[in-house]
Write a protein that binds this ligand. Structure first.
Ligand code: DGY
Length: 320
């Protein structure tokens, strides 16, 4: 039987074509996703939704879309989805773990290097014609080799970040809700420490935790205050894990030396005080944006929809 599936926007690769062979697909137009007209027009008729991190899936949406049986989020994070509201209506929620691990860690390590070695600042300087010759003290940055990386959340992406750090001769400490298995700690040379100690010991802190009530504002004014002089914060997780106003202050007045940010508290808006700072490198939430990761994310989300609509258990259910 053909079902009706709403896909929030065109997706890379051929997965949506595969879905269209079995079901009737409505693709959202523009960036508005479930807030747009295409969703509003068909809401009561959809059996499945492929959502983006920018699509709020809450009780009021599910009320309007009463037939929906599965919400397949095109992301590993799912803080845009009210899991309790979905569970109350028997709606299965899925995500796309695994396929974006290396891409996200690549971007996180890129931000670490760019912040430490002032790459974006140097690029801006060269472009405005301000490179007036080599000097020993010109654009001197923070050493990476031999420094300590603090990984907050040693899940898949945190581990991939730690592997990269080891390749660059860094020491790795980590904190998280759960302690990693001894063989993982050994392979990564990663030492488990309490969260506050991580902020005190690390030269670089990189966030790889989901956004939950516990991690909202985790990088608080108090924790920023514990960081070493010149330390660097990297965030490819969720903007709301960081108190951005406090971050901007710590980048101006210390102790922070720099930050590399791919995510922001109120996307797509970016805090004006961060925009004004030379010692922040910013990218527009592109952690998973390499071609193969994005195609694999689409394939994973579509596989989940096909499984649930066929009465099967999807490979990556979240929330029980
Ligand atoms: C995720 O997967 O959670 C990212 O934020 C989007 O790739």
């Amino acid at each position: 039987m053909r079902n009706r599936v709403f896909v929030s926007c065109p997706l890379p690769g051929s997965a949506v074509a595969r879905l269209e062979r079995e079901h009737d697909v409505v693709i959202g137009e523009g960036p508005r996703g479930v807030r747009g007209d295409a969703f509003a027009r068909g809401a009561a008729t959809f059996d499945a939704i492929v959502s983006l991190v920018t699509d709020p899936i809450d009780a009021s949406l599910l009320e309007r879309a009463g037939r929906v049986r599965v919400v397949a989020n095109f992301a590993v994070g799912y803080d845009n989805i009210d899991l309790a509201a979905c569970a109350a209506r028997g709606v299965t929620v899925t995500n796309t773990p695994g396929v974006l691990t290396e891409a996200t860690a690549d971007l996180a390590f890129g931000l670490l290097l760019a912040s430490a070695r002032r790459i974006a600042e140097g690029d801006r300087l060269v472009r405005r014609g301000a490179f007036d010759g080599w000097r020993p003290s010109f654009l001197v940055g923070t050493p990476v080799h031999g420094a300590t990386l603090g990984v907050v959340g040693l899940g898949r992406i945190g581990q991939a970040m730690a592997r990269r750090a080891r390749g660059f001769g860094m020491r790795v400490v980590y904190a998280g809700r759960t302690r990693a298995a001894p063989e993982i700690e050994k392979a990564l040379g990663a030492v488990h420490v309490p969260l506050d100690e991580l902020f005190e010991r690390a030269d670089f802190v990189s966030l790889h935790c989901p956004l939950t009530p516990e991690t909202r504002g985790l990088v608080s004014r108090a924790r920023l205050g514990r960081m070493k002089a010149g330390a660097v914060l990297v965030n490819t997780a969720r903007g709301a894990c960081v108190d951005e106003a406090a971050l901007a202050e710590a980048l101006v007045a210390g102790p922070l030396g720099a930050a590399g940010l791919d995510v922001f508290e109120d996307e797509p808006r970016v805090n004006q005080s961060l925009l004004a700072l030379e010692n922040v490198v910013m990218t527009p939430h592109v952690g998973s944006a390499d071609r193969s990761a994005r195609e694999a994310m689409a394939a994973t989300a579509i596989d989940s929809v096909l499984a649930v609509l066929a009465g099967q258990r999807p490979a990556h259910p979240v929330g029980g």
